[in-house]
Design a protein around this ligand. Structure first.
Ligand SMILES: [Zn+2]
Ligand SMILES: [Zn+2]
Length: 198
């Protein structure tokens, strides 16, 4: 008898024009790192409605609200990927945004594709940055809060320097919290391993 037939799947959704490799890389990292299945949905339309003329940026809250009106019934969590400059009122820009313990999150590539010295990062560095932001926002969706440990993906990144310095793993405390959050609806969870190997 199957006690738990709920299949946990996360949907990765490009919004507007996004290079195809980016959602693929994010989906691969979610699967490889968290052992959660992912699907990549067809692109949503460019979110003109979220453009703020005075800031020449896109309102992350408005995009999340639009997102929340779409059910995505078969998915536990949904991550939108876009290539637009996002803001929330208290910050001049954000790399990503998520509702704490919610279903929907956003990851923006806009600020990730230029290094602090103005140079262009390699594709592998860009994809690493995007995956770090996606895993961090996914942490929020599973109700993880910011962590004081600088050697943890849940540490708050104030800018690109912090993001690049952040490791590609969660600290022990956050790993345990994440594993517990993931196991709530699961009977089998032996394969979930979040900690850094060593
Ligand atoms: Zn955060
Ligand atoms: Zn942590």
């Amino acid at each position: 008898m199957v006690i738990n037939s709920i299949k946990r799947t996360i949907c990765v959704v490009p919004i507007g024009r996004v290079a195809e490799i980016v959602p693929k890389a994010i989906a691969a990292n979610i699967l490889g790192y968290l052992h959660i299945d992912t699907d990549i949905a067809p692109s949503l339309e460019y979110p003109q409605y979220a453009f703020d003329e005075s800031r020449i940026q896109y309102n992350a809250g408005a995009i999340l609200r639009a997102f929340e009106s779409m059910p995505f019934h078969n998915y536990e969590k949904v991550i939108g990927i876009l290539d637009l400059d996002l803001f929330i009122p208290i910050f001049s820009y954000v790399f990503g945004e998520a509702r704490q313990a919610g279903k929907y999150a956003l990851v923006s590539l806009y600020r990730l594709q230029k290094n602090l010295d103005g140079s262009t990062p390699s594709m592998s560095l860009l994809l690493e940055r995007a995956a770090k932001v996606a895993l961090h926002e996914l942490g929020h969706l599973f109700n993880l809060v910011h962590c004081e440990d600088e050697r943890c993906l849940m540490h708050f990144s104030e800018g690109l320097r912090d993001l690049d310095n952040a490791p590609f793993y969660f600290c022990r405390y956050c790993s345990i919290y994440f594993r517990d959050a993931l196991s709530i609806d699961r009977t089998k969870d032996q394969n979930t391993r979040l900690e850094k190997d060593s």
